[in-house]
Design a protein. Structure first.
Lengths: 290, 519
C-alpha cells in the first residue's frame, strides 16, 4: 500500500499507475496543520475524477481527537472509497464512536449498502494492549495495520533497522488480525534508497504473518512484490497440491502423499494462500481436477 | 509537393537546392549498388619527414586556406564540454571568413556562443543531428539565413558520401594523438571514449586538423583516426571543460514514473518473442530509456539469457552488463560517460565502430540493420505512432534526431518510452509537431497508462495481451489523458521555414516553421 500525501495533486493523479495493490491518500500525518483543509478538498475532488485503475483506494482521515477527524469523515464517507483508515485506534470505544459517525453519514447520504471497509491502525502502546478487542469491534473492519513511527515515539524508543523494539507489537497485531480473519499490514520502511534493507524487512514480516507493507515511494513497490509474490516453483507445487486435494476429496480421502510427503489440511491451506497471491482461480483448478 | 506522411514539402529552397519528399522507410533505399554521384576521397600528398605540427590552431586553420562559403565540421564526442568548435569558429571569424556551412555531428549547450555568428551571417547554413539551447531558440525565430537541416547520425554519413555535405575543414578533438595525427578518445586525461562520428570527417574532409591536449610519443596506440587522413596536428592546453567531457558515470533515474515506464517496457521486451539468447539491444542514455536496461539486466539474469551485442551510445551501465557476461560484445559509436573509455581501451569485446558502420543506410553492413530491440525516448508521439524528438511544446528546436530514426528503421522491435503527459501537456497527439521518426518504423509506445501497439503488428499485441500487459488503443489513451489535461491550443507559427528534417535516406520528412514568440 503506497502512502500519498493528500495535498499533492501530481502524485494523486499518478497513484494508479505504479502497480501497487493499494494507495493510501493521507489526510493525517503527511499533511501539515495549515494544509488540512486543502488536502481534504483535493482528495475529495480527486476521488471523483482520477482513474485509479485496479488499485484499491484507502483514505486515512485524522483521528477524532483532532479538530479535523469529523470533517474528514463528512467529506470522504459519501464517496465510499474502497476503505477508510482510522489512525491511532486505542480502544473498542474509539472504534464504536468512529463507526457510529460513519454509519450516520452513510445514512444521511442514502447509502444503503455501503461497500467501504475499515482499516484500523495501531500506533500506541495502549492500542497494542487492546488490539484483540479492537480487531473484533466491528464487522466492517477488514484490515489492521501497525504504525511503527508513532508506536516507537509513544514507547519512547528509537526504531532500529532490526525492528526489535516493535517486534512484540508486530506479532501481537498479527495474531489479533489472524484471529479475526483480517489482513494485517506492516508499517513503512523509511529509507527509500535502501532496497536491500527493505527486502530484508519485508522477508521478515512476511515470515511472521503480515499480508502486505506500507510504502512511501513507488520505487519500493517492486521489492515488496518480489518478496510477496510466490516463485514459479512455489506456484507449480501449490497447484499440484490443490489439484490432488480436489481429486482425493472426491474419493473421500482427507490425507494423502505427494512424492512421499504427507499432505493434510494445513498444507492445503498454505497452497491455497500461494495460489491466491498468484491470482490463480481456484475454481479453474477444481474444474480441471474434476 | 506532399510526402508520404502528408507534409507539404517545398521542391526547392534557396541555398539548399532541390528537395526530395519522404516516400516511406525503405521506399528510396535501393539494395546493392546505389546509382548516385559518390564522393571520392580527396587526393593529398606530403613530402617525407615534413612535420604536421602547428604551433596553434590558428596557424593550422590558416594552412588549410579557408575561404568564404566553406563547410566546417567538428564532432560532438566532447558533449557539453566541447571547446574546439567555438575556438575554430572564432578563428575563422577573425580571419574574416563568411558564409560558413557548419556541419558538426551534433550541437550542444556548449555551442550557445554560435548565436552571434549566426546573427551576423558568418554562419549561414547548419547541417547537424541536434540543436539545443540558445542556438535552437535563435534558429527557431528565423535568425539563420537558410533553414537548418536536421539529419540522423546515419544520414550524415550518407550526406558525406553523396556530396550533400562537402566538408572543407574538419577540426577534430582527440584525448590523445601523435605528431602524425593518429588519434583516439580512449585514453589521456580528457578521455571521452569512442571517436565513431569523427572517423567519417577524417576520411572525407578536404582538410583535417587534429587538436589534442595530450600529444603522445609516436605512434599513438591504440588509435581510431589514422595518420594518412590528417593534414595538421595541434597541441593545445585544453580541448574543453573536462568536468563536462568526462561527465562521470551515468546513473539510473530515481524518478518513480520513469522507473515505472521502464519496468513496463522491459516486460514488453520480455514477452515480445525476441527475449532470448543472441538478442541484440540498444538503449538511450537518459531517463526511462536507460532505466529499461536496469530491468532488462535483472530479467536476463533471472531467465539466464545471454545477448549477442549492444550498440550505440554506450553508458557505463552497458559496460557493466558486458562485464557481467550478459552480452557478448558492445559496438560503440559514442561513449556517454567517462567510465566507458577504459572499457573501449581495455576490453577486446568493446569494439569502437564508425558511424558509417553504425547507421549509414547506404552501406552493406549497418549495425542498426542487425538490431533486435531498441528503446528510444520521445518529446511527443501521435496516433499514427510518429515520434518527435526535435521540437518542444512551443515549436522551438530543442532536441536531437541522433540515431532515433536509424535504429527504429532497422530494429525488429522499436519501443518508444514516454510519459502520457508532462506537467499539463499531453504527450500523445493527433499529430506531433515535427516528425523525426515515422510511425511506420515504431512498434510499441510504452507509457505509465498503458502500452500502445502499432496496428500493423497484431501478433505482437496478442502476445503482450496474453502476458498480461495492459495494451490500449492509442486513440483511447489520448482521450483519457486529454480528460485530465485538456487539449492544448494550436501553436501559432509563422510561415518562414527555419528547419528541415531530413530522413536517413536523404528525403525530407518534415518542415519546421518559425516560432513567432519564444517566451
Amino acid at each position: 500500500m503506497l502512502y500519498i500525501p493528500g495535498n499533492n495533486p501530481a502524485m494523486i493523479q499518478q497513484a494508479g499507475v505504479y502497480g501497487c495493490d493499494a494507495v493510501l491518500l493521507d489526510l493525517e500525518d503527511a499533511v501539515a496543520l495549515n494544509q488540512k483543509d486543502a488536502a481534504r478538498i483535493l482528495v475529495r475532488n480527486m476521488l471523483k475524477t482520477v482513474n485509479f485503475y485496479d488499485t484499491e483506494v484507502c483514505v486515512r482521515v485524522n483521528n477524532f481527537h483532532t479538530p479535523f477527524g469529523l470533517t474528514d469523515l463528512e467529506e470522504i464517507v459519501p464517496l465510499q472509497p474502497d476503505n477508510i483508515r482510522f489512525p491511532k485506534t486505542e480502544t473498542v470505544a474509539d472504534v464504536k464512536e468512529f463507526m457510529k459517525e460513519v454509519r450516520r453519514i452513510e445514512k444521511e447520504h442514502g447509502i444503503k449498502n455501503p461497500t467501504m471497509t475499515i482499516h484500523v491502525m495501531i500506533e500506541t502502546a495502549k492500542g497494542v494492549a487492546n488490539v484483540y478487542d479492537i480487531a473484533a469491534a466491528d464487522p466492517r473492519i477488514d484490515a489492521i495495520t501497525i504504525g511503527g513511527q508513532d508506536l516507537t515515539a509513544d514507547m519512547g524508543i528509537i526504531k532500529t533497522p532490526d525492528g526489535v523494539g516493535i517486534d512484540y507489537a508486530r506479532k501481537r497485531i498479527v495474531m489479533a488480525g489472524k484471529a479475526n480473519d483480517l489482513d494485517v499490514l506492516d508499517t513503512i520502511f523509511a529509507d527509500v534508497n535502501d532496497d536491500e534493507g527493505l527486502r530484508e524487512e519485508t522477508e521478515y514480516i512476511k515470515k511472521i504473518g503480515f499480508a502486505g507493507k506500507a510504502l512511501i515511494n513507488p520505487r519500493q513497490v517492486d521489492v515488496v512484490h518480489d518478496v510477496f509474490n510466490p516463485t514459479e516453483n512455489e506456484v507449480r507445487k501449490a497447484y499440484r497440491v490443490y489439484s490432488e486435494f480436489i481429486k482425493n476429496k472426491k474419493a473421500g480421502i482427507g490425507v494423502f502423499a505427494i512424492d512421499g510427503k504427507m499432505v493434510d489440511a494445513p498444507v492445503v491451506q498454505r497452497a491455497i494462500t500461494v495460489l491466491e497471491y498468484a491470482k490463480i482461480d481456484l475454481k479453474e483448478i477444481e474444474k480441471n481436477a474434476g | 509537393m506532399k510526402n508520404a506522411i502528408g507534409v507539404e514539402i517545398p521542391e526547392y529552397i534557396e541555398g539548399l537546392g532541390k528537395l526530395e519528399p519522404f516516400q516511406g522507410v525503405w521506399k528510396s533505399i535501393i539494395e546493392d549498388e546505389v546509382p548516385s554521384t559518390n564522393i571520392s576521397r580527396t587526393l593529398k600528398a606530403k613530402k617525407p619527414h615534413v612535420s604536421k605540427l602547428c604551433k596553434n590552431l590558428e596557424e593550422a586553420v590558416k594552412r588549410c586556406k579557408p575561404f568564404d562559403g566553406m563547410t566546417v565540421t567538428c564532432h560532438h564526442h566532447l558533449r557539453g564540454g566541447d571547446g574546439v568548435l567555438m575556438q575554430t569558429i572564432k578563428i575563422l571569424d577573425e580571419m574574416g571568413i563568411k558564409d560558413i556551412t557548419l556541419a558538426s555531428s551534433s550541437l550542444t549547450s556548449a555551442h550557445d556562443g554560435l548565436v552571434s555568428y549566426v546573427e551576423k551571417g558568418m554562419i549561414t547554413r547548419i547541417f547537424t543531428s541536434g540543436i539545443r539551447g540558445a542556438l535552437g531558440d535563435a534558429i527557431s525565430v528565423g535568425k539563420l539565413k537558410y533553414p537548418a537541416i536536421i539529419h540522423s547520425h546515419g544520414g550524415r554519413v550518407r550526406d558525406f558520401l553523396t556530396g550533400r555535405i562537402k566538408p572543407d575543414l574538419s577540426v577534430l578533438a582527440a584525448s590523445a594523438a601523435d605528431e602524425e595525427g593518429n588519434a583516439t578518445g580512449a585514453h589521456g586525461p580528457s578521455a571521452f571514449g569512442s571517436m565513431g562520428y569523427a572517423d567519417i570527417d577524417a576520411r572525407y574532409s578536404r582538410n583535417v586538423i587534429i587538436v589534442t591536449d595530450n600529444l603522445v610519443e609516436y605512434p599513438c596506440v591504440p588509435c581510431t583516426v589514422r595518420q594518412h587522413f590528417i593534414d595538421y596536428v595541434v597541441k593545445v592546453d585544453s580541448i574543453g571543460d573536462a568536468t563536462k567531457i568526462a561527465s562521470g558515470t551515468t546513473r539510473i533515474t530515481n524518478s518513480p514514473m520513469d522507473l515505472r515506464i521502464a519496468r513496463i517496457a522491459a516486460t514488453v521486451i520480455e514477452h515480445s518473442g525476441l527475449f532470448k539468447n543472441g538478442m541484440s539491444f540498444q538503449v538511450g542514455a537518459g531517463g526511462a530509456s536507460l532505466a529499461v536496461a536496469k530491468f532488462l539486466r535483472e530479467d536476463m539474469k533471472r531467465k539466464n539469457i545471454i545477448g549477442s551485442f549492444m550498440i550505440g551510445g554506450v553508458t557505463s551501465y552497458g559496460v557493466d552488463m558486458l562485464n557481467e557476461g550478459l552480452f557478448h560484445s558492445i559496438f560503440d559509436v559514442q561513449s556517454f560517460d567517462a567510465a566507458v573509455s577504459s572499457s573501449v581501451l581495455n576490453n577486446p569485446n568493446h569494439i569502437e565502430i564508425s558511424c558509417d558502420q553504425y547507421a549509414n543506410p547506404n552501406n552493406c553492413g549497418s549495425m542498426t540493420n542487425k538490431l533486435d530491440v531498441v528503446v528510444l525516448g520521445a518529446l511527443e508521439v501521435d496516433v499514427d505512432f510518429n515520434v518527435n524528438v526535435i521540437t518542444g511544446s512551443s515549436g522551438e528546436i530543442r532536441g536531437a534526431s541522433g540515431g532515433h530514426s536509424d535504429t527504429a528503421s532497422g530494429a525488429n522491435l522499436t519501443v518508444v518510452v514516454c510519459p502520457a503527459f508532462r506537467g499539463r501537456l499531453p504527450i500523445v497527439k493527433d499529430r506531433v509537431h515535427t516528425v523525426v521518426t515515422p510511425g511506420e518504423s515504431v512498434d510499441v509506445i510504452v507509457t505509465e497508462r498503458g502500452v500502445c501497439v502499432n496496428p500493423a503488428k497484431p501478433n505482437l499485441a496478442a502476445k503482450l495481451k496474453e502476458a498480461g500487459v495492459q495494451v490500449v488503443d492509442i486513440r483511447d489513451l489520448k482521450e483519457e489523458v486529454e480528460k485530465m489535461t485538456g487539449v492544448p491550443a494550436e501553436k501559432k507559427l509563422g510561415d518562414q521555414i527555419v528547419g528541415l528534417v531530413e530522413y536517413r535516406d536523404g528525403t525530407i520528412i518534415d518542415v519546421i516553421y518559425n516560432v513567432k514568440n519564444l517566451s
